[in-house]
Ligand binder design. Structure first.
Ligand SMILES: [Ca+2]
Ligand SMILES: [Ca+2]
Length: 318
């Protein structure tokens, strides 16, 4: 599970045990590219802005909220560790941190060539879900090609599911990657209070669009133990990405290819749920969007641990 963002404080108490780890580097020699992938000491990901194995926030980002830390925690914060929060990908997702934007000057923009390198890295190192709580309006043919290969080409060796944010700040278009009309794009539609789509949500292409919580979400803040409450469509994206990872990694689905998982679970089940965002939202969501819900996959034999259990199975409370 790759989080493309501004880096993350990976020693946060709810994140440190949840990271993807490049074992060759973790057990290798410092200063040596042990796995020969072109990146020296890339243990938990890579900083593509400063070309460094240190994925922590840098520059002005050190003194403000770390967006990437919050996102990584909403994907996979550790459950049952008696601190903080529990994220839907807690058991299933291992988070690869890819720093693709900074906080100073030019680095705040999504740079297409930098992003292409990060996409190549993520897919080569085995990421199956790529989470983008970011969007951009300008693209290049090369970047389009990279996304097409990952998110659209049948039988692609680098196939992965791209979870794309749909912004809710009144922008006239959703921006990329949500704007791509590709089969492996799953868009997170931000849901506020009372199951309504957040005001100002941009129109998105039809396709695999799932509603996911955006408002009043608590996640990891400053390392090692701070938390904060945030609003916004970024939250929806990370929560949805974590949920997909959590479901995909369960024994029933773990051997599914990206296309099998999309067809059988996301399209075949999740998109068909009766749980919809409430009517009254503005176009193009007049009829509501399906709300992401793992519990609709529960059967008598297979139930998700997040789903409500029958009364008899509940623990008695004093
Ligand atoms: Ca390496
Ligand atoms: Ca926790």
């Amino acid at each position: 599970m790759a989080v493309f963002d501004d880096g993350a404080w990976i020693d946060h108490e709810d994140l440190r045990n949840q990271l993807w780890t490049n074992e060759a580097e973790a057990h290798g020699k410092p200063g040596v590219d042990d796995d020969g992938n072109g990146y020296v000491d890339d243990v938990h990901g890579w900083d593509f802005v400063d070309n460094s194995p240190d994925v922590s926030p840098k520059g002005a980002c050190r003194d403000r909220v770390s967006h990437g830390t919050l996102m990584a925690s909403l994907v996979a914060a550790e459950r049952n560790n008696h601190v903080g929060i529990a994220a839907p990908g807690s058991d299933g997702a291992r988070v690869m941190i890819l720093r693709i934007v900074g906080c100073d000057g030019e680095t705040t923009r999504v740079d297409p060539s930098r992003l292409i390198r990060a996409l190549e890295y993520a897919t080569r190192m085995g990421a199956r879900i790529l989470s983008f709580s970011a969007h951009w309006s300008v693209t290049t043919p090369e970047l389009d090609t990279a996304f097409r290969e990952i998110a659209n080409t049948p039988g692609s060796p680098v196939a992965a599911i791209v979870v794309a944010s749909v912004p809710n700040r009144g922008e006239p278009v959703a921006g990329y990657p949500a704007a791509y009309d590709f089969r492996r794009i799953v868009r997170a539609i931000p849901i506020g209070n009372d199951d309504e789509i957040s005001p100002g949500t941009s129109p998105a292409p039809l396709g695999l669009n799932l509603g996911s919580p955006s408002a009043c979400v608590i996640g990891a803040g400053r390392s090692p133990s701070q938390y904060r409450i945030e609003q916004g469509s970024s939250n929806s994206t990370a929560i949805l990405a974590g949920l997909l990872a959590g479901i995909w990694s369960s024994p029933r689905y773990a051997k599914f290819s990206p296309d099998e998982f999309l067809a059988g679970v996301v399209e075949g089940r999740m998109s068909k749920t009766a749980r919809r965002s409430k009517p009254g939202s503005r176009p193009p969501y007049l009829d509501g969007v399906p709300l992401a819900d793992a519990c609709l996959l529960a059967t008598e034999r297979h139930s998700a641990s997040v789903c409500r259990q029958p009364e008899a199975h509940r623990e008695a409370r004093p």
